[in-house]
Write a protein of this length. Structure first.
Length: 278
């Protein structure tokens, strides 16, 4: 059976016999909406993985950002309760762009699980392909015996930033937030000094699917990514940055580090520098 480690197409997912599927639907302005969306319609057999309840740890005021990573042991316990076994193919999806699904993709790689992919185009692409959907509640999984391995990805911390000139730092937020023209979510506008704007929707074509690997490679090379692997990705809270990491993995580029705390963590310390403009 083929395995998938970056993206998977709807027809490829439909052909798999043994797979664990997770619906990562989430709405930032209404955190309970993701669960409602899943209850209304989802891929048969999928479980809902909630960004705030499942894929984030506790917020510590003045220390963490909006969606800090959970402890590795806490997430391992959840993965076991989800019934994921070593080597099992896992597929994550959301309603379309893949940003929330990419967070789960990254976190499973953080536990050393290679066989995890994001559904290209998400639930929208699944529907467009005429695949089955359901509102039936998925039966609770049988707990598994997942064994973590060495991380397949890297994480960065605030102390790694601002980075030296040899490191490319990419900010996945939209350009107006990057330059500090507006900030609808966090209390301080701007970006980490030395970063470059790599808004994550640039990874997608007009159809909502990821660009071809060659086009993605060209995009990130234009942003300063090279074969040395000295790249750090961040965003507002460590979610859409994973989308850029997934895109680079799919493009065959060295996998960058994720600064999971991202902008919302960076600004809790008033002594950390802030840049605006380009």
């Amino acid at each position: 059976m083929p395995t998938y480690t970056s993206l998977i197409e709807p027809t490829e997912l439909a052909a798999l016999d043994a797979v664990d599927i997770f619906d990562c639907s989430f709405v930032l302005t209404d955190p309970k909406e993701g669960a409602r969306i899943h209850a209304q319609s989802h891929i048969p057999g999928s479980l809902h993985a909630d960004l705030e309840q499942d894929l984030s740890g506790p917020i510590v005021p003045g220390v963490t950002g909006r969606h800090p990573l959970p402890g590795r042991e806490a997430f391992l316990d959840l993965v076991c309760r989800w019934g994921i076994e070593p080597g099992r193919q896992v597929v994550a999806y959301d309603q379309g762009p893949g940003a929330h699904a990419a967070r789960l993709w990254w976190m499973l790689r953080w536990l050393g699980h290679a066989n995890v992919a994001v559904l290209n185009g998400g639930f929208a692409a699944w529907n467009e392909a005429g695949m089955p959907v359901t509102s039936d509640v998925t039966a609770p999984p049988v707990p598994g015996r997942f064994e973590p391995a060495a991380p397949l990805t890297r994480d960065a911390v605030a102390g790694d930033l601002p980075a030296p000139a040899s490191t490319t730092v990419l900010d996945a937020r939209e350009h107006r937030r990057f330059i500090g023209a507006e900030e609808p979510i966090d209390p301080v506008a701007g970006h980490i000094p030395g970063a470059r704007c790599a808004a994550f929707p640039g990874n997608l074509g007009a159809d909502g699917r990821f660009l071809a690997p060659a086009a993605l490679a060209a995009r990130f090379r234009d942003l300063g990514v090279d074969d040395a692997g000295n790249t750090i990705c961040y965003c507002g809270s460590g979610v859409t940055a994973a989308h850029n990491i997934l895109a680079m993995k799919h493009a065959g580029l060295p996998e960058p580090a994720l600064y999971a705390g991202s902008w919302s963590e960076w600004i809790v310390d008033p002594d950390r520098p802030v840049a605006t403009g380009e």
